[in-house]
Design a protein around this ligand. Structure first.
Ligand SMILES: Nc1ncnc2c1ncn2[C@@H]1O[C@H](COP(=O)(O)OP(=O)(O)OP(=O)(O)O)[C@@H](O)[C@H]1O
Length: 226
């Protein structure tokens, strides 16, 4: 097992971000984290990344707290948060300085695959910015990848191409958790889907088990929300 949440509740004052959440993540898995707006996806990813502490319960990454294993975790927030002057080359130097596991060769392959233009962040479109931030994070050799709505702003044709390539060629040694509220996007892509509803884990299923039941991810989603 690579990471787990054990009975985790996170409260923000009176609001609950997640409630009594338990789940286990394994190497080689590409997991789709689904849910409506406000269902707790970002909270879950931040708890796993060690950016939030549980109000109750425990989070472990490789048997330690996420903070103790920070070097093994690659987290991509949903915020548009790079320096305006940074070009892809500057971003490479920045990441190399920060993360010993940053792989420059993979980064350059990703820049080409994601068609990131060689210009400053400020001059990029929203989708181009999302592509650059994705390349920066995926170029790491971390064990746990936590991507919060990484494709938001990217056009629908490219989203499909990027997601398929990312998930279907996922690395054996690492686990990917990718959040999206676009349920249709998860169809036929992820081997496992987690569905959050009002901060609770409403479904944790292997796609093949859903298929065996004759259910699509969307069917399961609608059933859970009903
Ligand atoms: N900093 C905060 N302060 C107060 N409440 C918060 C905070 N962050 C999140 N929440 C609340 O926690 C709940 C879960 O939010 P979260 O951002 O985890 O959902 P989400 O599934 O990522 O939503 P979205 O799809 O809109 O990004 C929501 O009710 C939200 O209002």
């Amino acid at each position: 097992m690579l990471a787990r949440l054990i009975g985790v509740t996170k409260r923000y004052g009176k609001t609950e971000g997640v409630h009594d959440l338990s789940l286990e993540l394994y190497p080689g898995q590409a997991v789709g984290l689904l849910g409506l707006n406000g269902s707790g996806k970002t909270t879950t990813l931040k708890l796993l990344a060690g950016m939030l502490f549980p109000t109750q319960g425990r989070v472990e990454v490789l048997g330690k707290s996420p903070r103790e294993n920070r070097g093994q975790i690659a987290y991509l927030s949903d915020a548009d948060n790079l320096y305006a002057w940074m070009t892809p080359g500057d971003a490479e130097r920045f990441m190399r300085g920060l993360y010993p596991d940053f792989n420059p060769r993979r980064y350059r392959e990703l820049l080409a695959f994601l068609e990131v233009p060689q210009q400053s962040y400020r001059a990029m479109s929203r989708g181009q910015r999302a592509r650059l931030r994705l390349a920066m994070v995926l170029a790491r050799d971390a064990r746990l990848f936590l991507l919060d709505e990484p494709l938001s702003g990217i056009d629908v044709i490219s989203r499909d191409r990027i997601l398929k390539s990312l998930v279907l060629e996922w690395r054996e040694e690492a686990c990917l958790v990718l959040s999206t509220h676009e349920v249709s996007e998860a169809e036929g892509i992820f081997e496992r889907v987690l569905l959050l509803k009002e901060g609770r884990l409403a479904l944790d299923a292997l796609a093949e088990d859903l298929r065996a039941r004759g259910q699509s991810v969307k069917d399961a989603f609608i059933e859970v929300l009903a």
